[in-house]
Design a binder for this molecule. Structure first.
Ligand SMILES: *Cc1c(COP(=O)(O)O)cnc(C)c1O
Length: 364
């Protein structure tokens, strides 16, 4: 009774397009952790399998944190080799995506461009804000530059994902450069580098001096093993950072987050991260080699990240036999061009071994 009354008033007052909107189907929404992350093998959200132990002090928790805490900004600025004025710390890279759309797109007027198959949050954030979504699909997991050329003047933001999620490969630098040139005078080109630590040499952040329309997104959720912290960074010109700072919440980074994140960015923290990246690269190669030998596997995508996408005519069987054993991977088959594709996040060596054994036993 009160349920339906509350629904009635809510639906009457809410923005109409939200009523039927489906929120982002994150791995965690599809299967909640319920605080018991040790009961299952989580290979569905591209997180790291282990993390360091960070102590948090509760000093000054009675005070509002600084807008952009110095210890955090100093750490990330040193790490990405850009001045602090070109760095904005956000609640995950996801908040960076949302802020960019709210900063540059006038609702019900401006559009973004996405290149599917790609990360789902660009479209969700655009839809939420009332920005239009123009799709220029990837061709063989690379950019369709002719398709992008037709979008010049039609969009305010172009989202590129490199390495791509869920595809896994880096975009060629020449293509990213061509996109930046194409949209030089009329759109922001965002390069989402959520996975760049897995091939750090390939970052385009050093191009920020050259291209005023470039924005780079980063996160501590993947290689830094801090997905639970919710901390990401937008790297851009000072002018873009100033504009985004008008849109972001007044205290976006809580004090405990800044404290833990800044520890992850010390020399010791970075060494641990780099060690993790090396391990992931080794486990990833062995998983790729194994997948390539399996008769049920028709294609293994190139990966420059901490996950592997593959195509199989036994998609449903593999997905459900693994979930029966509490091994969770991600079904990507609903995405454009990714029919029959599954994605495995690179967990620990033991987790990937268990996954391989489980599949092998089933097919033998
Ligand atoms: C995981 C991911 C993000 C979001 O990262 P958070 O910092 O956890 O919000 C952004 N982009 C891509 C491509 C991702 O895979």
């Amino acid at each position: 009774m009160s349920q339906s009354n509350s629904q009635k008033i809510t639906h009457k007052l809410a923005r109409k397009e939200l009523i039927d909107m489906v929120p982002y189907q994150s791995a965690r929404r599809l299967q909640a952790g319920n605080g018991a992350f040790n009961d299952k093998t989580w290979l569905n959200a591209n997180e790291a399998s282990g993390t360091g132990e960070y102590q948090v002090s509760s000093d000054c928790i009675n005070r509002y944190p600084d807008f952009q805490p110095d210890n955090l900004l100093d750490g990330y600025s040193a790490y990405c080799q850009l001045p602090k004025t070109q760095v904005l710390a956000t609640r995950g890279a996801d908040e960076g995506i949302e802020l960019l759309i709210r900063t540059f797109c006038t609702a019900y007027q401006d559009n973004i461009v996405i290149c599917p198959p790609t990360y789902g949050m660009y479209a969700i954030s655009a839809e939420n804000h009332g920005a239009g979504i123009n799709r220029v699909p990837l061709i063989n997991n690379e950019l369709d530059l002719d398709g992008l050329a037709k979008q010049v003047g039609q969009a305010k933001i172009v989202f590129l994902c490199s390495p791509g999620n869920p595809t896994g490969n880096l975009l060629p630098h020449t293509q990213i450069k061509q996109a930046l040139e194409l949209f030089k005078d009329n759109a922001i080109v965002v390069v989402d580098e959520a996975y760049i630590e897995f091939d750090a040499q390939q970052s385009v952040s050093s191009w920020l001096g050259e291209y005023d329309n470039l924005v780079v997104l980063r996160t501590l959720s993947k290689a830094f093993a801090l997905a639970g912290l919710r901390c990401g960074f937008t790297l851009a010109s000072e002018a873009i950072i100033i504009m985004m700072s008008k849109v972001i919440a007044p205290y976006p980074i809580s004090a405990p987050v800044a404290e833990i994140a800044s520890k992850a960015l010390t020399t010791d923290g970075l060494a641990v991260m780099n060690q993790r990246v090396n391990e992931v690269q080794e486990i990833r190669q062995s998983l790729i080699n194994w997948l390539k030998q399996q008769v049920w596997c028709q294609q293994v995508f190139k990966s420059d990240a901490n996950f592997v996408l593959f195509k199989t005519d036994k998609k449903d069987e593999i997905f459900s036999l693994l979930s029966k054993q509490d091994i969770l991977i991600r079904d990507q088959s609903k995405q454009m061009q990714l029919e029959n594709c599954l994605r495995i996040s690179i967990g620990s060596e033991q987790e990937i071994e268990t996954l391989k054994e489980t599949i092998t036993q089933y097919f033998n």
